[in-house]
Design a protein around this ligand. Structure first.
Ligand code: NAD
Ligand code: DAU
Length: 359
């Protein structure tokens, strides 16, 4: 089986759903259920014996160690993180705690588990760390895209905390020989994306008749990747990546933010037209994000060369599917917006006694 951290978040839940759609290998899904974690994302797996959800914090090394000893996973796929740049600007502390200290605790538990494995299992074990292109900093308009050897230059507390976690993972391979893999991916979009990030925020605000906020001049560029393509890339790296290596993942889809928002308005105008006028009328320019990175672009040729991965979706196909998903899943959106999705922790855990007390 595999042990996934952060599997109730946006990318993690897509990964777990895709994994179990393609293989029968069970998943232990370990997640703290912060505001970004939502078990409703995993509703399709509620009765599925191949999926075990465990509520927990990666900073709790003893809890992780006990689960690794019990389930003996052949791999850890580490998604858990604080992931929103704007939140990291307002409150960086949680980013250091989870992304840096939490990754360190997880690495320590993984190292103890891996060290005790017998020969063949020990060499087959993998620790796959999911990271971001933001560790490389920002590009000028004519700079070549980020490669795996681009110098790290993180600019936000979020990207600095992810950079620190990448360095820790690298050191566990270099120092202890732990079989690690690191992936650095560009901006994802798709189903179950929490509506604090640009694309789901614009879709949900548009339909609610609210403003569509564009930071600064809207000419910042991101390289967009449909989430299931990211999940496929992670599966490919887990299966065939060379240990100790870094693989960049990107969509070959550079778009300025304003163009993304205009595209969303146009698709909504077709699929869910307003009574009068276009959603474009709701666009509103607001103050820029402090320290806002101007451009990201990823060179994903290493992954293509070594493992044959290419994204299946273009921006045009992926963005249309995404808008349609939000139109088809109004209950998911309203649960997230009302905070209802967080009641699950209360319902499921509040009235349970610890096993020792219950006995
Ligand atoms: P997300 O914020 O949607 O989900 C994060 C998940 O981690 C949530 O389920 C949350 O409950 C869980 N979590 C947070 N702190 C935890 C802790 N201390 N212990 C256990 N679980 C905890 O994030 P996402 O967008 O799905 O990103 C997943 C990973 O991919 C992150 O590591 C992020 O840095 C990376 N990444 C994201 C993108 C993107 O565009 N979203 C792109 C590249 C890389
Ligand atoms: O590049 C990968 C990263 O992409 C991941 O590591 C992060 O976890 C993920 O959140 C994402 O970071 P961004 O900051 O690029 O994503 P976000 O959706 O927050 O913003 C995308 C762009 O849109 C960015 O340039 C800021 C801008 N923006 C964002 C919001 C929320 C706006 O103009 N208005 C907004 O309201």
């Amino acid at each position: 089986m595999i042990f996934v951290t952060g599997g109730a978040g946006f990318i993690g839940s897509n990964f777990v759903l895709d994994w179990l759609a393609q293989s029968d290998e069970p998943v232990v899904n370990f997640d703290k259920l912060t505001y970004a974690g939502n078990v409703n994302n995993l509703a399709a797996l509620r009765e599925d014996p191949r999926h075990l959800f465990v509520l927990g914090d990666i900073c709790d090394g003893a809890h992780v160690a006990s689960l690794l000893a019990l389930h003996k996973p052949r791999a850890i796929v580490h998604f858990a993180a604080e992931s929103h740049v704007d939140r990291s600007i307002h409150s960086p502390g949680a980013f250091i705690t989870t992304n840096v200290n939490g990754t360190f605790s997880l690495l320590e538990a993984a190292r103890a588990h891996w060290s005790g494995l017998p020969g063949a299992e020990k060499s087959a074990f993998r620790f796959l760390h999911v990271s971001t292109d933001e560790v490389y900093g920002t590009l000028g308009p004519h700079d070549a895209p980020f490669t795996e050897t681009t110098t790290y230059a993180p600019n936000s507390p979020y990207s600095a905390s992810k950079a620190a976690s990448d360095h820790l993972v690298r050191s566990y391979h270099h120092t202890y020989g732990m079989p690690t893999l690191t992936t650095n991916c560009s901006n994802n979009y798709g189903p179950y994306h929490f509506p604090e990030k640009l694309i789901p925020l614009v879709i949900t605000n548009a339909r609610a008749g609210k403003a569509l906020p564009i930071y600064g001049d809207g000419q910042q560029v991101r390289d967009w990747l449909y989430v299931s393509d990211h999940c496929a890339a992670i599966r490919a790296v887990l299966a065939g990546g060379r240990v100790g290596q870094v693989y960049n993942i990107g969509g070959w889809n550079e778009k300025a933010n304003l163009d993304v928002v205009l595209a969303l308005c146009d698709i909504l105008d077709q699929l869910d037209p307003k009574q009068t006028g276009s959603y474009r009328a709701q666009i509103s320019y607001v103050d820029d994000r402090p320290g806002h990175d101007r451009r990201y672009a990823v060179d994903a040729r290493k992954l293509e060369r070594e493992l044959g991965w290419r994204p299946a979706e273009t921006f045009e196909t992926g963005i249309r599917k995404t808008v349609q998903w939000y139109l088809d899943n109004e209950a998911w959106v309203s649960d997230v917006q009302s905070g209802n999705y967080q009641n699950w922790v209360e319902q499921n855990y509040a009235r349970r006694k610890p096993a020792a007390e219950a006995a």
